[in-house]
Design a binder for this molecule. Structure first.
Ligand code: ATP
Ligand code: MG
Length: 675
């Protein structure tokens, strides 16, 4: 275990009053928190259940718990509360149900549920709204802002200055009434309710202040007003807390986070001790220079210096690719190549992006190359319902024994096969030792089912699928045949019926199109006859799912895919940041709203996740809504120090022999993984 440096030790041992650790990325702020928890328990004799630590994401909370667990013997770690602000708020509400005006088993509306309720209310109260979608967006944001600022509906009505705000305030009032009636809360309430309880109820306040002996807050720069107050009220006048943060990593202003809260601390607590850390233990020096150089373009409240004792490291690579598909391909190939040459593990690599939509091209490439990956904080493209449906048809086509694929599609779209029929079919198939699909065609099924109509439907389905299977497997152009199959079942209509909104339906159809185009792309570029067939392509796409089922959830060895926002606080030996283009990073909205500084902090967060190497990529043309659009390189690329970077053009320098060698080595690797 590493030894803390003198400043870190000072921060760990200071427990007499409020403490702020203000320091740049990778300087050991989170390490101070975890070590301090151990110190409080082992050296200061504080009971674990009276120590509370809060951080920003569930992933960060899990990691912090793990780190603390390793520092303490198992028993000592029991009872410490390490959680997100929202989970802490939820715990408090559960303890104070009556005061919160809630009944047991209250429900927590997710953002979809909340939006649905708001849409109903908007419809009722304000029927002529011409552009309801825009109005909805405004209202959702406004209500969330009010809650984060602890503004109640009555106050909202009085502070509203425009007509839109007034409407939003009225809807807010109705929304709260409905939540109450449904015995429900939303996400923002998880913070707002306990904060208000502490503010207004002395007994509750005293009880919690007594219980919370010491509070530690990570990523303090991203607290909003309600969270700031929650901390303040929980620690009370004794103010036994440690907050750690980095104003340069404040990336949640759009959700109401106020980095000014760090300055506010110095006003609220005149005896606040501030410790600054300057040594970065995470990154090679070049990466750090790049990070410092980019963030140097933002104005600064607190001056910070960061230095590293690690060596210079490789230059930062910037790879320009012709299109976004090429970008994905390049990243996946580069990653495999790097891994094999340097004998690393998959989990040493992270691919970061600005928007979740960027992940699907990467996912598809990783699948094609059989690289196991994990998406954090977002849905995998391949676990979307519409993609699973299409993939299930394809799975059944290449493998008629795939019963789970059969069960997924037999009623997608509806064919009127009831659960009783399926049960009979399954038990017949089991008796006979055949697959569900084969069972549909067997003579004996008639007796087992005892029902003519269901039998005919199953037989027709099997025959129909057999026909399409032949068409798809026996042609040299399988993708148009797959489209025919989907047309045959009116899949597009089915999607339109299922999707909650027309936009949702379009997005799903676009996803299906993306899948089919990807399959076509894989067929086109297959180099050997073995790869150039639809069965091989589908097998490749589904193999990763099989690996997933085998692998243990979290400690498995996989490449990490996540948004820049979700990457905060985490670190990886090798990092790729993709899509370094104007309008993407920085995001279009931030350019329009003149908030590029926040995007620059996001870029800083991304760069500082890397320990050893950093690769940035961009596409010259990107597909958006069916068309290719030309892009401009991100302004952040110009802000990197020229002497530390290496620009790489579009041409691949790898010879066919080299490719083959990498391919063979990779296959051996994969076999080992599957064993
Ligand atoms: P971020 O701002 O990204 O959240 P951080 O300031 O919280 O970063 P940590 O994650 O705590 O930084 O630490 C970064 C890395 O440096 C970790 O791998 C940690 O183990 C290591 N580290 C921290 N302090 C020391 C030390 N004194 N000696 C050696 N390694 C250290
Ligand atoms: Mg940290």
């Amino acid at each position: 275990m590493s030894t803390l440096n003198p400043r870190q030790l000072e921060a760990m041992k200071y427990i007499d009053g409020p403490l702020l650790v203000l320091a740049g990325a990778g300087s050991g702020k989170t390490s101070v928190i975890t070590r301090k928890i151990a110190y409080l328990i082992e050296e200061c004799g504080i009971k674990p259940h009276r120590i509370f630590a809060v951080t920003f994401t569930n992933k960060a909370a899990r990691e912090m718990k793990e780190r603390v667990g390793k520092l303490l013997s198992g028993k000592n770690a029991q009872g410490i509360s390490v959680s997100t602000f929202h989970t802490l708020g939820l715990t408090m509400i559960r303890h104070e149900l009556e005061a919160a005006g809630l009944k047991q088993n209250f429900s927590i509306l997710d953002s979809d549920d909340a939006q649905r309720l708001l849409a109903d209310l908007l419809h009722k109260e304000n029927s002529p709204a011409a552009d309801r979608k825009e109005a909805m967006k405004f209202i959702i944001k406004k209500i969330s802002d009010w809650k984060n600022d602890l503004i109640q509906p009555v106050q909202a009505v009085s502070v509203a200055t425009t007509n839109e705000e007034l409407i939003a305030a009225q809807i807010y009032e109705a929304y709260q009434r409905h939540l109450r009636a449904y015995n429900a809360v939303d996400f923002d309430d998880l913070i707002a309710i306990p904060t208000r309880l502490l503010q207004e109820n002395q007994a509750i306040r005293e009880k919690w202040q007594e219980r919370v002996h010491y509070l530690l807050v990570d990523e303090y720069q991203d607290t909003n007003t309600a969270q700031y107050l929650l901390v303040k009220l929980l620690v009370g006048a004794r103010a036994r807390f440690t907050a750690v943060g980095d104003d340069d990593q404040s990336i949640y202003a759009w959700r109401g986070a106020k980095p000014e809260n760090m300055i506010q601390l110095t006003h609220d607590y005149p005896n606040l001790k501030v410790v600054k850390l300057e040594q970065n233990y995470r990154s090679m020096a070049r990466i750090l220079t790049a990070a410092n150089s980019v963030i140097g373009n933002n104005p600064h409240v607190f001056e910070k210096k960061l230095w590293s004792q690690h060596g210079l490291g490789d230059r930062i690579r910037i790879i320009t690719c012709p299109t976004d598909r090429d970008e994905a391909e390049r990243v996946a190939n580069d990653l495999i190549h790097h891994k094999l040459i340097n004998s690393r593990t998959w989990k040493d690599y992270a691919i970061l992006y600005r928007g979740n939509f960027q992940a699907k091209a990467i996912e598809t490439q990783l699948r094609e190359l059989q690289i196991p990956y994990k998406i954090s904080g977002g849905q995998s493209f391949y676990s979307r319902a519409e993609i699973k449906d299409v993939m299930s048809y394809l799975r059944l086509i290449i493998n008629p024994s795939d019963d789970s694929a059969f069960l997924r599609i037999i009623n997608t779209p509806k064919r009127g096969i009831g659960p009783t029929t399926l049960e009979k079919l399954a038990s017949y198939a089991q008796q006979r030792g055949v697959s569900l699909l084969t069972a549909c065609q067997e003579f004996g099924l008639a007796e087992a089912l005892g029902q003519k109509k269901a039998l005919v439907t199953l037989q027709e389905f099997a025959q129909w699928l057999e026909h399409h299977t032949r068409e798809i497997l026996e042609t040299t152009e399988p993708v148009p045949e797959i489209r025919k199959l989907l047309n045959d079942i009116d899949f597009e209509d089915y999607i339109r019926e299922q999707a909650p909104t027309p936009q949702g339906a379009e997005a799903r159809l676009e996803n299906i199109n993306f899948l089919l185009t990807s399959i076509q792309g894989m067929l086109n570029k297959a180099e050997s006859e073995d790869d150039k067939n639809i069965e091989a392509v589908i097998r490749k796409l589904v193999l990763i799912d099989l690996l997933d089922q085998q692998a243990e959830e979290d400690d498995s060895d996989r490449v990490q895919l996540l948004t820049l926002h979700a990457s905060k606080g985490l670190e990886y030996p090798h990092v790729y940041i993709i899509g370094l283009e104007e309008d993407l990073l920085p995001h279009r909205n931030s350019i329009d709203a003149d908030t590029v500084e926040e995007e620059r902090r996001l870029m800083y967060v991304g760069i500082t996740r890397a320990k050893q190497t950093l690769t940035l990529t961009l596409a010259e043309r990107r597909k958006a809504g069916g068309d290719f659009r030309s892009t401009m390189p991100s302004r952040f690329l110009d802000e990197l120090p020229h002497e530390e970077i290496e620009w790489i053009g579009r041409t691949s320098t790898r010879t066919p022999q080299e490719k083959q060698r990498i391919g063979a080595a990779h296959l051996a690797n994969l076999r080992a993984l599957l064993k």
